[in-house]
Design a protein around this ligand. Structure first.
Ligand code: GKR
Ligand code: MG
Length: 408
């Protein structure tokens, strides 16, 4: 039996541009947490998850229950995590804790076996995983800081320029716009400009629940023929169903369908046609495969959601997406916004024609850059930050910003 000997939990912070969304503005630093799971024979499995205080506290609470377990005993480890977090009411929060540990266990298992993680998941069905360019309305700079290389994007022309630069640099073949920032008419103009500039490229728009049902039905009608899917136009399963009944395109979601428990009502009401998976929240890489089976059973499409993340997560997303035959939409990733900062040694992860080739080395195929980890941990400590707070940040800069949704 190969036992888990230690679990080292390291919060980190990395530079993030001033990206806008329906709840506010990205802060100058994004928070993540890096896991190093030490097992027998000196093997270390890597994991990554959001770096908010709640995640860190839950990981700290389960740590002693994970140490001593067999690294192959994922069912027992999950049970131990569930028991240790019995006082945490939110099942998604409990599962997020297990997700990070599961990835680190799978990385260690695959390193011990000398195979890529995708092989443990049944084998890659594609050599590379396509990702979408993830466009954001953004400011030129964080207040008081130098501008970033992307410049401002608040007009359709600037968004087209952002898309063209991303495509030129990474080769993306699908494009997603984070909406819910400006009035819908302005975002329709942006989608129309992207449609004209990028003929044939699948487009998506995600206003994160910023619209009323009536607005969403009208906008969906006006965007007929332009989007491969419209993501979370409204909040609530009944509201999504009302929009879906009228919309000419499929509706996708990472806000209405957030766990297996949320699938039956969404199917019954016809609220969601494409589920955005996210192994960080759905219970890990194997649960993401289970989700794929459920989606196929009910005729739902499957895509992948992202938050600001580093290379360990990108590697895990790539391995699991490669091992799911029905994950045929290009996945979301924030990775190009990271200004080159990462905790993994450069080289293993790269974009070729908009897709990340599945790393070939054993495990996730990425190695920790210990100097970079120390640097980004130091940035975390210096920041004094505990949570992601897009709303609080924008309100400090624009006190009249009202985060209530729906807004239009
Ligand atoms: O990073 O601003 C952002 C996104 O809006 C993120 O928070 C969302 O979770 O990308 C995500 C989404 O698809 O809803
Ligand atoms: Mg979304």
């Amino acid at each position: 039996m190969t036992r888990i000997r230690d679990l080292v939990i390291t919060p980190v912070a990395f530079r993030d541009p001033p990206l806008l969304n329906s709840t506010g503005l990205h802060e100058p630093l994004a928070l993540r947490c890096v896991l190093q799971l030490h097992v027998d024979d000196g093997v270390i499995g890597l994991g990554e998850c959001p770096g908010d205080r709640g995640h860190l506290d839950r990981l700290a609470a389960v740590r002693e229950h994970v140490i001593g377990q067999s690294v192959h005993a994922l069912n027992r480890i999950e049970e131990a995590v569930e028991q240790a977090l019995a006082g945490v009411a939110d099942p998604v929060a409990r599962r997020a804790t297990f997700s990070a540990i599961e990835v680190a266990c799978l990385d260690a298992q695959a390193r011990l076996a000398g195979v890529p993680v995708a092989e443990l998941l049944g084998g890659a069905v594609r050599p590379a995983v396509p990702y979408a360019a993830y466009l954001f309305y953004k400011w030129a700079a964080h207040p008081g800081a130098d501008g970033d290389e992307w410049g401002p994007s608040t007009t359709p022309g600037e968004l087209v320029e952002q898309a063209q630069r991303m495509i030129a640099r990474y080769g993306f073949r699908s494009v997603k716009l984070k909406g819910g920032v400006f009035a819908p008419e302005r975002e329709i103009d942006a989608i129309m400009a992207l449609r004209e500039a990028l003929p044939g490229v699948p487009l998506r728009l995600d206003p994160n629940g910023a619209w009323t049902v009536e607005t969403a039905q009208r906008v969906a009608g006006e965007l007929a023929g332009t989007l491969e899917y419209l993501e979370d136009p409204v909040l609530g399963v009944k509201e999504m169903a009302a929009v879906a009944a009228a919309a000419p395109m499929p509706l996708a979601s990472n806000m209405c369908t957030t766990s297996l428990e949320t699938i039956p009502p969404a199917v019954e009401l016809g609220a969601v046609q494409v589920v955005l998976s996210d192994h960080h929240y759905w219970g890990g890489l194997r649960r993401t495969q289970h989700l794929a089976t459920v989606c196929a059973t009910f005729g739902l499409g499957l895509s992948m959601h992202s938050n600001s993340h580093l290379g360990i997560s990108l590697a895990a997303m790539t391995h699991v997406a490669a091992a799911i035959p029905t994950l045929t939409y290009a996945c979301d990733t924030h990775y190009p916004w990271n200004a080159g900062e990462d905790v993994v040694v450069p080289g293993a992860l790269r974009f070729v024609d908009g897709a990340v080739p599945v790393p070939e080395g054993p495990g996730l195929g990425v190695e920790l850059d210990h100097d970079a980890l120390a640097r980004l941990h130091e940035a975390y400590v210096r920041s004094g930050r505990q949570v992601r707070d897009d709303t609080g940040y924008l309100r400090r800069l624009q006190p009249d910003f009202d985060p209530s949704l729906p807004r239009w």
